[in-house]
Design a protein around this ligand. Sequence first.
Ligand code: ATP
Ligand code: MG
Length: 293
Amino acid sequence: MPPLPFALFAALSLAGLALVRSLLRHRQEAALAREAADAASRREALRQHETKLAHALRINSMGEMASGIAHELTQPLTALLSQSQAGRRIAAANGLADSPIDTVLAANVQQAKRAADILVRLRAYVGRSAAEAGVHDLARHVADIVALSRIDLDRRGIALAVDLPGAPAPARVDPVEIEQVIHNLIRNAADAVEQAGRANGRVAVALAPEGAGHAITVRDNGAGIPPEILPRLFEPFFSSKPDGMGLGLSLCESIVERFDGSISAENGAEGGAVFTVRLPGARDMREREEATE
Ligand SMILES: Nc1ncnc2c1ncn2[C@@H]1O[C@H](COP(=O)(O)OP(=O)(O)OP(=O)(O)O)[C@@H](O)[C@H]1O
Ligand SMILES: [Mg+2]
């Protein structure tokens, strides 16, 4: 081949090659940028979900705490009231009807009535059901909350397994509240595993059909629940943790019962605790449209 056309051919080939390489690099860069944007928007969605859940948890915990306090205080307050009234009757029977002791007891009666009245209003306030129940797919919400909890459990070096059914699991629930229930159970399970100092800490969440409803189980390989505390687990303010409020499980129970479900705790056959939430099934997801119309 003569030298000139050969040089021309070589230059053109090199230029073509450079063009193809630059095109490929551009495509690669665009794909990487797209991936980074997708990851950022996934992170943002997760963060928003976390914020929403934390907000609902604060509101619900406050309600649970208020109703727990109202419950605990009602009994001593009633006793104080009836004892003071009895005191006034005794004073009157002994000719001390308008004596200073009767005035003191009358003031006690009045203040105890006032406090009882505040408790009645408090209970009525927190008793308002704010549940936004519609028919939702439990499988989706279990998956969502597991994804969120995984971040925390990864940090703590605890494995989190999940077993979901292939088909949707429709139930009439408030999805944020049900996520809260599972979140609390996973947190407790992780605490138990950590407390037991397990090297191979593991929490397993499963959702499966049970009769006409659904059963969600959260099991761990911690030390299990000591038999003497089993009957007290769901009491408000019962906690065996130094920094525990003891509201998690009582909140779970209130929420689940509001949706006609139940929650129970037992020790697993291979050690560790198993918490089971049972919820009635809904006919199908179409009810959701009916519910939101
Ligand atoms: N998976 C578990 N294994 C063993 N014990 C558990 C488990 N889950 C709960 N418990 C026991 O039940 C108690 C009550 O749990 P609950 O979630 O109501 O309160 P808490 O975790 O102590 O505090 P809070 O949830 O308000 O931060 C715990 O303190 C613990 O003793
Ligand atoms: Mg808890």
